[in-house]
Design a protein around this ligand. Structure first.
Ligand SMILES: [Zn+2]
Ligand SMILES: [Zn+2]
Length: 319
């Protein structure tokens, strides 16, 4: 009897001991599980950060002399920059070409074409040195105009450039003829490639709506929309020298006004001083006067930087 009792105790204690052990093992496993999952997430986070950083390639190579000649002779914006600014522009052109594929479709592209594309990308955001076109992978060059089916030969071709959506996300299409004309004719206030990059800049806040939220602080949005309304009315009354295509929507108005701003800043300042000021503030660039050290902007110093670095503007692109 005693033996039995002892045995049962023994048995009992063995069992609870066993249960305790199981508990310890479970806790131990759970602990390891948490450590492994936690460690794994941290590793993924680090790798992704490194990968993202690596994703944007930089270069320390110097730009080929021939490219400088082309930029100097064919890109008026470049020609008016100081030599320090030109060095900076060169660097950004090189990096743009390193990070974005330019593909030819049914045509042959030259280094001039590539430089026109890169210049059109850099010109609008020149004052934001950390800006990246994270929403763009590839620029496809068609020989001429195309239609909505991307047909380059059929009838009804009236598109010179477009920024892709849906399955075309991350792609831009440009007509080679229009791309070249944008730089060869420097007085018509038109530049198709700059126009398309403006749409991309507009798109970077998530929606193409003619309000580039990265470049314009909230209090300026209503005055901006009011101004567009006034200017579009003038277009309809045939009392405007702004490309009438800008009358089709506030999206197109913004793009067309920017073409004018970057190609004929002095004329825009003379004819549309308020519009000029608005754009000067958005792009932080006094193109008409080029007064050194003057950086008017509608972006608050403490607002997050337009380049989306996550830093304050005053600590990032403004610095
Ligand atoms: Zn457009
Ligand atoms: Zn920045």
């Amino acid at each position: 009897m005693i033996l039995r009792y002892l045995l049962s105790i023994r048995h009992h204690s063995l069992q609870s001991h066993y249960l305790a052990l199981v508990n310890v093992f479970l806790l131990h496993d759970l602990f390891i599980f948490v450590i492994v999952i936690g460690g794994f997430s941290i590793a993924v986070f680090i790798v992704r950060r490194l990968f993202n950083k690596k994703l944007y390639k930089t270069t320390s190579e110097t730009i080929p002399a021939r490219w400088i000649t082309i930029l100097q002779q064919q890109v008026p914006f470049y020609a008016m920059l100081s030599s320090v600014e030109q060095d900076h522009f060169n660097q950004r052109v090189m990096e743009f070409l390193l990070n974005h594929k330019i593909t030819e479709a049914d045509t042959k592209i030259t280094i001039e074409d590539k430089l026109y594309v890169a210049a059109s990308a850099i010109i609008p955001i020149f004052k934001f040195p950390h800006w990246r076109y994270s929403n763009l992978d590839e620029i496809i060059i068609y020989p001429g105009s195309f239609n909505h089916q991307f047909d380059t030969r059929g009838k009804g071709r009236n598109i010179l450039g477009m920024v892709g959506n849906g399955y075309m996300e991350g792609k831009m299409i440009l007509s080679q003829k229009a791309l070249r004309l944008g730089f060869q004719n420097t007085t018509d206030k038109k530049n198709t490639a700059i126009h398309e990059f403006i749409h991309l800049i507009d798109k970077m806040d998530g929606v193409i709506d003619g309000i580039p939220r990265l470049l314009i602080d909230r209090p300026y949005i209503i005055p901006w929309l009011d101004m567009i309304k006034q200017k579009v009315e003038k277009i309809y009354l045939n009392e405007s020298d702004i490309n009438p295509y800008g009358g089709s929507s506030q999206i197109e108005f913004f793009a067309v006004a920017c073409e004018y701003f970057f190609e004929r800043p002095r004329l825009l300042e003379k004819k549309h001083p308020e519009l000029y000021n608005m754009l000067e503030n958005m792009f932080a660039h006094d193109l008409a006067d080029r007064r050194p050290g003057l950086k008017p902007t509608s972006i608050g110093r403490n607002a997050s930087c337009p380049c989306q670095s996550g830093l304050k503007y005053k600590h990032c692109c403004l610095a």
